[in-house]
Design a protein. Structure first.
Length: 302
């Protein structure tokens, strides 16, 4: 744990020695909030010519394992996700993504696990405050084993104070599940290292995620009732409604822009916190939490 903090501090303190540009440049595109990935980064002094343009985009995303707030199914769930989107110069955008699970396991064939439709609006106030408001609609396969499989949609408000040093960020998200709602907040710090005339960006980020876990309670209920349809659990996670710190995440997003192509690679290390008490039909146990490492690769043409 100490080595991770030391590594992040070294990256943040290396600014003056690396000859970077004076104004921070954001990540390639906003990352989906609170979805097992680092908080996205945006900035007002952006050398990317597409930021204030109207354009159509398409691309493909690879996620090595779907980890959400430090939690995941016992089986690894990778996603291969082609997507398309449209961005208007004044900030309004829409995006559709189809996430394909390519692994055959325990009777599950490779299949489209979730389809996501996102609409949003981003705007910069003054020289430093960047904001985004977005709405997401999820369509999960009925047999999905994703811990978020009972989530139907989410609304997100994102804010970032951009500057030349360390940039604070905050996200608030409300999620609508099949039978409940969740409320989550994320607080992050990052810094953007710029190279090659601002076409190469390296952004280390430290993020703390907090919130409720009603989605997790519904996930366990679904798994239990699928094994035995006669069993009806009222509550599996005893403190699902409690607002608490859920995990710390350390990520380094690397983006490279060449002509109309945008490449992004983000490794993330998640440290889950606040184990829950899980009530199963056979016994009651304390959740065993393990740290998780996963990676995301994105290729986009605009």
């Amino acid at each position: 744990m100490k080595k991770i903090f030391f590594f992040i501090l070294v990256l943040l303190s290396a600014r003056s020695a690396m000859g970077q540009a004076t104004s921070p440049q954001p990540a390639a595109q906003p990352q989906p909030a609170l979805d097992g990935k680092a908080i996205g980064d945006k900035d007002e002094d952006n050398d990317d010519p597409y930021d204030s343009m109207t354009y159509f985009m398409y691309g493909i995303n690879y996620l090595s394992n779907n980890v959400y707030l430090g939690r995941s199914d016992t089986m690894v769930i990778p996603y291969i996700s082609p997507y398309i989107g449209y961005h208007l110069g004044f900030g309004l955008y829409a995006k559709a993504m189809v996430s394909y699970d390519p692994i055959r396991r325990n009777g599950y064939d490779p299949h489209v696990d979730v389809t996501t439709i996102e609409v949003g609006y981003d705007h910069t106030f003054g020289d430093h405050l960047n904001t985004t408001i977005s709405l997401d609609k999820f369509f999960y396969d009925k047999n999905s084993i994703n811990v978020r499989a009972n989530s139907q949609g989410a609304g997100t408000v994102y804010g970032q104070y951009s500057n030349d040093w360390v940039e604070p960020q905050v996200i608030y998200m409300t999620t609508l599940n099949q039978k409940s709602m969740d409320y989550n907040t994320a607080f992050g710090l990052d810094h953007n290292f710029q190279f090659l005339n601002n076409t190469l960006n390296i952004i280390p980020t430290v993020t703390t995620y907090t919130g409720t876990q009603n989605y997790y309670d519904e996930y366990f209920k679904k798994r239990i009732e699928k094994k035995d349809k006669k069993v009806k659990e009222d509550k599996v996670i005893s403190d699902a409604k409690k607002y608490k710190i859920l995990d710390y995440e350390f990520s380094i997003q690397v983006t490279y822009r060449i002509n109309k192509w945008l490449f992004s690679f983000t490794p993330t290390y998640a440290i889950p916190l606040s184990p829950s008490t899980i009530k199963l039909p056979t016994d009651t146990r304390k959740e065993k939490l393990t740290n998780k490492f996963f990676m995301e690769l994105d290729i986009c043409h605009r």
